[in-house]
Design a protein around this ligand. Structure first.
Ligand SMILES: [Zn+2]
Length: 289
């Protein structure tokens, strides 16, 4: 097979989501990988379009290490992606495993643990037998350790959402980004015994530096595809309407921390059973359901 044919076949395989980028790279002769990556960075037409990736460096900041797009992982990390994961399909491309059910949606809950809202949401999810992914802030785990452990005890997945939830993480230099990630990872692990395999940047603020730091820490960068903007307290009805617009394969964003989450909680009380009644299956990214 000519090189150009090999490259086209590999690009098609990647776009159709049958296998991971890393697996496809192993199929190719040396030297074709970089060509494939530049070709496959163009998203398929039906994929969610990501926000622009911010310029990774602030003026005067040290030059970060170049991102390792799809290359072999180092001893502790995984291959860096060129952009975060927005949908379940994209997640499955990044992390090979059994296909998610066609009617699956993933609920992600950010900024906790919170002593009031996290237990309420945990009771709600338990009542409906629904798993979720809790993106925890390290300095919120501090002081709320029992609540963090309750999340794991109830069978939910835990993700890393930095130590201090800095705004504009993508503008920080590499050492600062890595420290935010590693400090949170250490606190979550020492508290819950669970090592997060997923990282969410605060506000979905990504850069090649952030993507590389997540990869070095062994985590998949996770964004979302349905955002009710519940953090801005737009009213329970607005949150409910936006969440009810979810389609299978989407990653939903909600918050249990960062302030009064009564609107989020009230919306979830009706949205979770409504989506279940529609036939949707809530899953966690690690396959819990
Ligand atoms: Zn957040």
């Amino acid at each position: 097979m000519r090189e150009v044919d090999l490259l086209q076949a590999a690009t098609k395989t990647l776009r159709e989501g049958y296998t991971s980028r890393r697996q496809v790279l192993r199929m190719l002769p040396a030297g074709l990988g970089a060509l494939l990556l530049s070709a496959s960075d163009v998203p398929a037409a039906d994929e969610h379009q990501p926000r622009a990736i911010a310029t990774p460096r602030a003026p005067g900041a040290p030059k970060p290490a170049p991102p390792r797009h799809g290359g072999a992982p180092d001893q502790h990390g995984r291959a860096a992606l060129s952009r975060p994961v927005f949908t379940l399909r994209e997640y499955r491309r990044a992390v090979p495993g059994p296909a998610f059910p066609r009617d699956a949606v993933a609920l992600t809950i950010d900024d906790g643990p919170h002593p009031v809202w996290t237990p309420k949401i945990l009771r709600l999810l338990a009542h409906h037998h629904v798993p979720a992914t809790f993106c925890m802030i390290g300095n919120q785990v501090l002081g709320h350790e029992a609540t963090a452990r309750d999340v794991v005890r109830d069978g939910h997945q835990v993700a890393n959402h930095t130590w201090s939830h800095p705004t504009h993480l993508a503008r920080k230099h590499g050492a600062k980004v890595s420290k935010e990630i590693e400090r949170a990872q250490d606190k979550i692990y020492s508290t819950t015994g669970h090592t997060p395999a997923v990282f969410r940047s605060p506000g979905g603020d990504w850069s090649s530096t952030v993507l590389g730091a997540a990869a070095n820490a062994g985590m998949v960068p996770l964004d979302w595809s349905d955002d009710p903007r519940d953090w801005s307290r737009p009213g329970t009805a607005a949150i409910r309407r936006r969440l009810l617009a979810a389609r299978p394969g989407q990653i939903l964003l909600c918050h249990d921390g960062g302030g009064d989450r009564s609107q989020t909680y009230a919306a979830l009380k009706t949205v979770v059973p409504a989506l279940k009644a529609r036939g949707y299956r809530f899953i966690a990214l690690d396959g819990r359901r």
